[in-house]
Design a protein around this ligand. Structure first.
Ligand SMILES: Nc1nc2c(ncn2[C@@H]2O[C@H](COP(=O)(O)OP(=O)(O)O)[C@@H](O)[C@H]2O)c(=O)[nH]1
Ligand SMILES: [Mg+2]
Length: 406
């Protein structure tokens, strides 16, 4: 399952965001995916399902479909708060960095209202600059990886010079626990024009620059500009966007989202994650305080920002930053079912650019190995192994071996 990590300073709202994201987005009878550990849970991407367009009633197995909306589970980890010096093991530094290893992408949570100081202590809104926090976290992570590589650099350089390994192989194998691949290393070397330079001749500065770029390529991040319900956040969201861009900075209010999901769960309001409004379902059941709190969420969050931003944080991470697309593998291209008759059972997130054969490999190694061709179930045409898949493709793989889905 894809995995994303919440990183940030203490008290910026990581746990609140984690709670909001791991609440079920819709009511269902049996919860198919449960919390794994207290700080590891399941969150849901929200996409338009292909069921309505194809005129079928689906029975999802690896995801949930409600009212034509597909909810795709992803693993989410709430990491311990990071503080300056973490890369040297200060605070929970090492545990933190260890838990981040597996993540495909990172949600960097900052307190956009500026009401927590550099060490994560509460301070008056507007008195701390959240841009400094983004820089602090980036520095800690960069120095940590830098430390790992520098320690072994002479050894890595030798194995390349003796022709045992390519640069990509040597560097990525040292960082393999971090899900940093040969492709990521190659892209970074090319970007920085470092191909022709002998590893033994790299300065420490070159190595640090390399690490910075490598990490950003291997682990794309979004900045969740949290506490946007506080007016002091408006200016900071603008400043963050100026530096990191509109596709990276997503204003959000984790507290508002959590309150709305809880009220919806109790049947007090009608609301689904990502909506721009909610409807009061049962005014008599709400206390005066609850009504006031809901009114404030409307005025300070929904009317100002268009939504709480929480669903957008997750969707942006996968669809804009990690550049994933949803595709729907089926066994039978006519009935759109798996071998047990479930209609549109699965949705897979794959990197944009994935080919038909690569999808077969993702589903099952044997399916990839014995791949003959694929069928685009919508157009009823054959696809060769190198055909690049499109968003929302419904694909049936024809292979020499029949394999059961994982
Ligand atoms: N105003 C406001 N406060 C928030 C928001 N999200 C979290 N908080 C508050 O910030 C404090 C720290 O939250 P927490 O989730 O424990 O932060 P963590 O240390 O990063 O996990 C708590 O008092 C939360 O109620 C938000 O969206 N708006
Ligand atoms: Mg926390």
């Amino acid at each position: 399952m894809p995995e994303v990590a919440l990183v940030g300073k203490t008290n910026v709202g990581k746990s609140t965001l984690f709670s909001a994201l791991t609440m079920l987005p819709v009511k269902i009878e049996a919860r198919p995916f449960t919390t794994i550990r207290p700080n590891v849970g399941i969150a849901y991407l929200k996409v338009k399902c292909v069921c309505r367009e194809l005129g079928v009633k689906d029975n999802p197995r690896n995801s949930i479909c409600r009212d034509g909306v597909r909810y795709i589970p992803v693993k989410i980890i709430d990491l311990a708060g990071l503080i300056p010096g973490a890369h040297e093991g200060r605070g929970l530094g090492n545990k933190f960095l260890d838990e981040m290893r597996e993540a495909d992408g990172i949600i960097h949570v900052v307190d956009a209202s500026g009401s927590t100081d550099a060490e994560g202590r509460p301070c008056p809104p507007g008195s701390h600059d959240p841009l400094l926090d983004v820089e602090m976290i980036e520095r800690e992570v960069d120095l940590w990886i830098f430390g790992m590589l520098r320690q072994d650099w002479a050894k890595i350089a030798r194995s390349v010079e003796h022709g045992k390994l390519s640069v990509e192989e040597a560097v990525s194998s040292r960082l393999s626990g971090l899900k940093i691949s040969i492709k990521h290393v190659r892209e970074t070397l090319e970007k920085l024009d470092l191909r022709s330079k002998k590893l033994g001749a790299w300065s420490e500065e070159t190595l640090l620059t390399f690490v910075k770029h490598l990490f950003r390529i291997a682990k794309p991040f979004v900045i969740a500009a949290n506490k946007c319900d506080l007016p002091e956040s408006v200016n900071n969201v603008r400043r963050l966007k100026e530096v990191y861009g509109d596709d990276v900075v997503i204003p959000c209010s984790a507290e508002a989202e959590l309150a709305l999901r809880r009220a919806a769960e109790k049947g007090l309001i009608e609301y689904t994650a990502g909506d721009s409004k909610f409807k009061i379902a049962n005014r008599e059941k709400l206390t005066r305080e609850q009504l006031k709190a809901l009114e404030l969420i409307k005025q300070r969050v929904l009317d100002v920002w268009g939504s709480t931003g929480v669903q957008e944080v997750l969707n942006t991470t996968y669809f804009k930053r990690l550049n994933m697309i949803p595709v729907y593998p089926v066994a039978d291209p006519d009935s759109l079912t798996d071998s047990e008759g479930n209609v549109l059972p699965d949705v897979y997130l794959v990197p944009r650019g994935t080919t038909a054969r690569e999808l077969a490999y993702i589903i099952h190694t044997e399916l990839g190995e014995s791949f003959i061709y694929a069928i685009d179930a919508r157009k009823k045409v054959r696809l060769g192994e190198d055909s690049v898949l499109n968003e929302n493709d419904v694909i049936s793989i024809v292979a020499a071996k029949r394999v059961k889905r994982k």
